[in-house]
Design a protein around this ligand. Structure first.
Ligand code: NAD
Length: 454
């Protein structure tokens, strides 16, 4: 079947109304969960073949989160989909008002490669929970993961409901020619623009989950050991190829040297070893070269080993980096961490505010005033205080960017909302009504109107 035919079949399927049934949605989600569970070995080997990610990391950062997402949806779906009653204002009495959540229709999810299962399927799960049909286009860069997803879904779901369309740029552009009712894109800001423009042709609503340069601020009065441990873990997880990973760190000068020492301690303790078969690779030669070019050897404080053949890079910390250097002009998206010292928090805030709004920001401090200042003065997608990246794992916290790091959000109920339309209804309860709004428009009526609308 051609792609156009598949999409046509999804339209007919959606129009049949079958996906609106809540029990149908839950059954499909449970079906997806059992498929993932039954095929864990296939998924683990695909991701290992693509970039050597370990079974532990894949479970913790991908499959485990998907199982949790599915359970969250099946448990709370009735509540999320429930008609919401709201107050009816005077002008509309006697009446009642309520909001109905309805599925948007035929959705397109475009995934990226760095967490190829989680970032492709988490939006798909939200779209299914909201009662839509879905076409998923995973990233071609993690090619084994893309074909594993295609096999798993296309052999076990009817294409008129859920379909994985594989391919690279030309295929994605061809898909984007079609009209969808919603497009959910995860990837770079550059491609986000292309997707947004394509969606505009059909006035299709879009969610863009993009990237950015996520700053960390380490204040002199925090628990330094914990700060270093959490920064090192979040930065070097998945070889730095994480959208919410710390991009660079500002450390108060009184604790700067100690922070660097603590970071090297944790890098050694976590035993990141390039010779290890599970040491995560950079996804392709292009990204490997890009990161290598950004890393000036004279700025390397620790690490700096680049294994071209294996496409691996040791955890690397840079110091004395100029704010104007190329590594500070783009998202690093690799295991290289510039660390700056600061003496004045206001200067750091200004520096961060001078850049596009990041997807995440992190602050380590015990000082309430510093915390409040940062939360008030900095705009970013989401983040954490005395923690890194873990906000992403909460189903209660909508996840998404702001400005150049994207717009819209998902996770938990926010995901359901992203793929739903909230239809507002006013229902008249009695045949009579005040005649104020109908002509003739007399002075007396206006007086009455002014009592309510003053
Ligand atoms: P990318 O933007 O190049 O690719 C993402 C998707 O877009 C892929 O499916 C790809 O096939 C498609 N694509 C690529 N070029 C295209 C084009 N010219 N026209 C149409 N489609 C095209 O993604 P990337 O740069 O490889 O991924 C890394 C970026 O994604 C980073 O910026 C990272 O921060 C961001 N990211 C964001 C999140 C988030 O949740 N906000 C998560 C992961 C990654």
């Amino acid at each position: 079947m051609t792609f156009a035919k598949i999409l046509q079949s999804q339209r007919v399927y959606f129009e049949s109304g079958i996906t609106r049934d809540l029990e149908f949605r839950k059954a499909q989600l449970r079906h997806l969960k059992s498929l993932l569970k039954e095929n864990e070995a296939l998924l683990l080997s695909a991701i290992h073949n693509d970039f050597h990610k370990s079974g532990f990391d894949t479970y913790v950062t991908e499959l485990g989160l998907l199982y949790r997402d599915i359970d969250e949806c099946t448990t709370h779906l009735n509540q999320w989909a429930k008609t919401r009653k709201v107050k009816t204002d005077m002008a509309n009495q006697p009446g009642k008002s309520y909001i109905l959540a309805e599925p948007l229709g035929n959705c397109l999810v475009i995934g990226t490669w760095n967490y190829p299962f989680q970032l492709s399927l988490a939006p798909v799960i939200a779209a299914m929970a909201a009662g839509n049909t879905v076409v998923l286009k995973p990233s071609e860069l993690a090619k084994n993961c893309s074909s594993a997803l295609a096999r798993l879904v296309n052999e076990n779901f009817p294409p008129e409901y859920l379909f994985v369309a594989e391919g690279g740029v030309p295929e994605t552009n061809a898909i984007l020619e079609e009209r969808f009712d919603k497009i959910f894109f995860t990837g770079s800001t550059t491609v986000g623009r292309i997707v947004y423009q394509a969606a505009a042709r059909h006035l299709t609503p879009v969610t863009l989950e993009l990237g950015g340069k996520n700053p960390v601020i380490v204040s002199g009065n925090c628990n330094l050991k914990d700060a270093a441990k959490r920064v090192v873990w979040a930065k070097f997880l998945n070889a730095g190829q994480t959208c919410v990973a710390p991009d660079h760190v500002f450390v108060e000068e009184s604790v700067y040297q100690e922070f660097l020492t603590q970071c090297t301690y944790w890098i050694q303790t976590f035993d990141y070893n390039l010779a290890n078969n599970n040491y995560v690779q950079i996804i392709n030669d292009h990204h490997f070269q890009r990161i290598q070019e950004l890393t000036l050897p004279e700025k390397v404080y620790c690490g700096g080993i680049f294994d071209v053949e294996q496409r691996t890079i040791s955890p690397t910390i840079l110091t004395d980096v100029a704010e104007s250097s190329p590594i500070m002009q783009e998202e690093i998206f690799g295991p290289v961490l510039p660390v700056f010292s600061y003496s004045n928090l206001d200067t750091v805030i200004r520096q961060i505010r001078n850049r596009p709004k990041p997807l995440a920001a992190y602050l380590f401090t015990k000082n309430m005033e510093e915390k409040n200042r940062l939360l008030r003065q900095l705009s970013f997608g989401g983040g954490a205080i005395n923690e890194t990246i873990m906000h992403l794992t909460s189903t209660q916290l909508p996840f998404g960017g702001v400005g150049l790091s994207g717009f819209g959000s998902y996770h938990g109920e926010a995901g359901f909302a992203t793929f739903s339309h909230y239809k507002s209804i006013l229902e008249r309860l009695l045949p009579w009504e005040p005649s104020l709004r109908y002509p003739p428009n007399t002075e007396k009526k206006l007086k009455w109107v002014k009592r309510f609308l003053k």
